[in-house]
Design a protein around this ligand. Structure first.
Ligand SMILES: Cc1cc2nc3c(=O)[nH]c(=O)nc-3n(C[C@H](O)[C@H](O)[C@H](O)COP(=O)(O)O)c2cc1C
Length: 225
C-alpha cells in the first residue's frame, strides 16, 4: 500500500468486528513501527499487547473503576486536563464530540447513552486487542512523549496496511493502577497511551466520521518560500 494512501485512510475507529488479530500480524506491525526515529536512538518504548482473557479482565476492571466513586490515580492527572473554554482546542474537542454523538444518535440530555459511550472507551471500543505503550520514568517526559508519538503513528499506519484499524486512547490508560495490577506493569514505567486495534466494523456509525482539519495554509508560516 502506498504511504500517502495509508495516511489518508487512517482514522480513529471505535467499533470492531469480533475477529481476533493474530500474534504474527501484531508482531509484524510492531516490528515495522519500531523503525520510528527517536531522540539519540533512545527507543524509549515498551508495548504490553493485550488480548483474550487479560483484555476482558482489563475491560471489566476499567468499567468497574469508572463506576466507582474513586477517581483516577494522581499520576494520570496530566491526561485529564481539558482544553480551556474559548480556545480553538476546546472548539475542536466539542466539534468532534458532536460529530460522533450525532451519528451514534446520542442526544445532549441522554445520560444513559452518554455513559454507555464513555464505557465503550474504557472497554477499548470492544477491540480484540489493545496495545499499551509505556516508557521509563527515568527518561525526560517531553522527549518520551515525542518519541512515543512517532512509534504510535507508525503502528496506526502499519495497521491500515494489514487491513486493520486503530484508535489511540488516553482513556484506556486513565486507571493506571488497574493496568499496573492486571498487566503487571512495573512502577518505574510511565503509561503513555493505549491503542485499540482490530478489524474495523464499517457498519458501526461512529466509524463513518471523518474528523476535519484546519486548512493547511493556516498552519504554515512560510519563511523564504
Ligand atoms: C494522544 C491521543 C489520545 C487520544 N485519546 C482518545 C480517547 O481517549 N478517546 C477517543 O475516543 N479518542 C482518542 N483519541 C483520538 C482523537 O480523538 C482523534 O485522533 C482525533 O479526533 C482525530 O481524528 P482521527 O484520528 O479520526 O483523524 C486520541 C488521540 C490521540 C493522538
Amino acid at each position: 500500500m502506498e504511504l500517502k494512501a495509508a495516511i489518508e485512510q487512517r482514522r480513529s475507529v471505535r467499533g470492531y468486528l469480533h475477529k481476533p488479530v493474530s500474534k504474527e500480524i501484531l508482531t509484524r506491525i510492531l516490528a515495522i513501527a519500531v523503525r520510528a526515529p527517536s531522540t539519540k536512538n533512545a527507543q524509549p518504548w515498551h508495548f504490553f499487547v493485550v488480548a483474550e482473557e487479560p483484555l476482558e479482565q482489563l475491560k471489566r476492571a476499567n468499567v468497574d473503576r469508572f463506576r466507582s466513586p474513586e477517581g483516577p490515580p494522581e499520576e494520570m492527572g496530566h491526561i485529564l486536563i481539558e482544553p480551556e473554554k474559548g480556545t480553538v482546542y476546546r472548539e475542536r474537542q466539542v466539534d468532534i464530540g458532536k460529530r460522533l454523538f450525532n451519528v451514534m444518535g446520542i442526544g445532549r440530555e441522554d445520560k444513559a447513552k452518554r455513559m454507555e459511550w464513555v464505557e465503550r472507551g474504557f472497554r477499548y471500543f470492544d477491540a480484540p486487542a489493545a496495545i499499551i505503550i509505556v516508557g521509563d520514568k527515568s527518561r525526560p517526559i517531553e522527549g518520551t512523549y515525542l518519541d512515543a508519538g512517532l512509534v504510535i503513528q507508525n503502528i496506526c499506519l502499519a495497521a491500515v496496511d494489514f487491513g486493520l484499524a486503530t484508535c489511540i486512547e488516553n482513556q484506556g490508560i486513565t486507571y493506571s493502577d488497574v493496568l499496573r495490577e492486571i498487566l503487571e506493569i512495573p512502577d518505574d514505567k510511565r503509561l503513555l497511551a493505549a491503542i485499540a486495534i482490530g478489524y474495523p466494523d464499517w457498519d458501526f456509525p461512529a466509524n463513518q466520521v471523518i474528523s476535519p482539519r484546519e486548512d493547511v495554509e493556516n498552519v504554515i508560516t512560510w519563511c523564504g518560500l
